[in-house]
Ligand binder design. Sequence first.
Ligand code: CAA
Length: 257
Amino acid sequence: MAYDYILVERRGRAGLITLNRPNALNALSAGLVAELNAALDEFEADDKIGAIVITGSEKAFAAGADITEMKELDFVTAYRDDFISEWDKVGQRRKPLVAAVAGYALGGGCELAMMCDFIIAAETAKFGQPEISLGVIPGSGGTQRLTRFVGKAKAMDMCLTGRLMEADEAERAGLVSRVVPVGDVLEEAVKAAQKIASFSLPAVMMAKESVNRAYETTMAEGIRFERRIFQALFATEDQKEGMLAFTEKRSPQFNNR
Ligand code: CAA
């Protein structure tokens, strides 16, 4: 499929989606988000892909929702069309998503990065929810995911003042998993995705599902959920292969069944 606003590649078992609207700092227009979802659909359906990287450019991962597209929007239209609900589909993907962020990740750009399973940031990354300066608030998880990830104090600070958070603070606060030099960020994310994709896909998907459950339930329910999933994995061929390979002192050959 041909895309106008993104570039799509395969790097072994890792899928790579590069947001590509350089003239608008990768602002997330309806067209771009539709293409992003179409590319994610393609990778989710592809047995040869085990994990996906989403990245932008060195200057901007994404500078937010497209302000020119939104500025004339009225409430009734936004409500009737359930404006930006399409974005949620990114966060509902079952294969792991890794965000490789350099430069600006603002507004919807920060929210998109947070919909991924973890963020690898360049030293140049700048995260922010500046919607307040446009007369609105974050609309795609900024007040919710950010608060769960960095806590109330920093989330309030960012959403109320619109200030940007640089990569080192984002790492200290728990928003990003690693910070690397800007020239390495994409390779580091692709390597992480390839590593994930080398494991048993059912185990990987269940690990993702189980960690995400921690945000949606009590500790006791979460532990029960985790234990059931752990038990279920003993029904897979990959569990047999993984443990046999360990005892035979060789690398496992997972076949994702
Ligand atoms: N929407 C549309 N166009 C955007 C954009 C956006 N979010 N962000 C940048 N652009 C465009 C600019 O209009 C400019 O276009 P022209 O060259 O045609 O004038 C081009 O990208 C380059 O931007 P700047 O000249 O502004 O670049 P800069 O280096 O001076 O500043 C910036 C960079 C600080 C990121 C600045 O562009 C900026 O503040 N952007 C807006 C950030 C923002 O407010 N994001 C939140 C959007 S609302 C939202 O996301 C809602 C939600 O929760 C879903």
